[in-house]
Design a protein around this ligand. Structure first.
Ligand code: NAD
Length: 285
């Protein structure tokens, strides 16, 4: 083991879109990762996806030829997280699910281990309340895919301790990420701005004002949005986007955050975006 490896041992909980992305980023930087999910078939798929992402990162020149990737371990229980120097929770955007995971992790880990939630919208202080040491709970909002987007929103809860912020900053530096620290609020900065905007874009399609491609092309070519709001919805996962909008709507009362019928219909049909092969667009891989 080298110094870096000794210094940072990550446990990532949840092996969906973001768990896979964050794990790939850490492995690319040579850090060891324990990836936990309740579902063994999900972990099997995650291992394949990570191998594919690592190959892709290598092709894109994101991994120097002389850099060894970190070792990956997977598990269906949280026990191994006891050895982690930092735990990142990336489970479904549901307060109950996250609270249960964080309470359990908090009982296992050594005092001083940051418990990081990658929630899109749930206020960090709501999550801190379930931990044995609320000062250890902090938010990150890695963007998808994390190894290509170097800036990460960091959310400091009212109870987040200075030592937690310092320890998180050291791990983010090892991951090559640039943190932008913001205060706690529903949706923080990026989801509070982006998710209602995507909801509006979907509503425009629902009302027949323009088609999916027209909306994305206008937003890309006229307003400089990198991937268009509806392609972005597919990349995020429409089920996750709806969960996040629901969190925002319940906590802000902002009607613009109430998920529109078209998004709800796509979730009902299982058209969750890129991860399910179909959302606003169709994907072959
Ligand atoms: P996802 O639905 O793709 O994956 C969630 C995973 O959590 C699933 O594999 C599920 O099996 C697992 N899970 C559920 N309960 C669990 C438990 N008790 N223990 C362990 N694993 C459990 O979701 P995602 O898109 O990866 O999002 C994860 C988190 O990151 C959410 O809070 C989301 O809002 C946030 N986020 C998502 C994006 C994005 O672009 N998708 C971006 C930033 C933040």
């Amino acid at each position: 083991m080298d110094t870096e490896t000794d210094e940072h041992r990550l446990a990532v909980v949840g092996a969906g879109v973001m768990g896979v992305g964050i794990t790939t980023l850490a492995l690319l930087r040579g850090l060891p990762v324990l990836l936990v999910d309740v579902d063994e078939p999900v972990l099997e798929r995650a291992r394949d996806q990570i191998a594919g992402e690592l190959r892709m990162a290598q092709l894109m020149g994101r991994l120097a030829a002389d850099t060894a990737t970190g070792p990956l371990t997977t598990a269906t229980t949280l026990a191994g997280a006891a050895d982690a120097t930092l735990v990142i929770e990336a489970t479904t955007e549901d307060l109950g699910v996250k609270a249960k995971v964080l309470a359990e992790v908090s009982a296992l880990t050594r005092p001083g281990t940051p418990l990081v939630s990658n929630t899109s919208s749930i206020p960090i202080d709501e999550l801190a309340g379930v931990a044995q040491r609320p000062g250890e709970v902090v938010g990150t909002h890695f963007m998808n895919p994390p190894y290509l987007i170097r800036t990460v929103e960091v959310i400091r809860g009212v109870r987040t301790a200075e030592a937690t912020m310092e320890s998180l900053a050291a791990t983010l530096a090892a991951l090559g990420q640039e943190p932008i620290v913001v205060k706690d609020a529903p949706g923080f900065v990026t989801s509070r701005v982006l998710h209602p905007m995507i909801n509006d874009a979907a509503r425009i399609v629902q009302e027949g004002t323009a088609g999916v491609e027209a909306v994305d092309t206008l937003m890309e070519n006229c307003l400089g949005h990198r991937t268009g709001p509806l392609r972005t919805a597919d990349l995020i996962g429409i089920d996750n986007l709806v969960d996040s909008l629901q969190v925002l709507f319940e906590r802000t009362g902002d009607e613009g955050c109430r998920p529109c019928d078209l998004l709800l219909e796509k979730v009902r049909q299982g058209h969750h975006g890129r991860k399910s092969g179909r959302g606003f667009y169709t994907y072959t891989h």
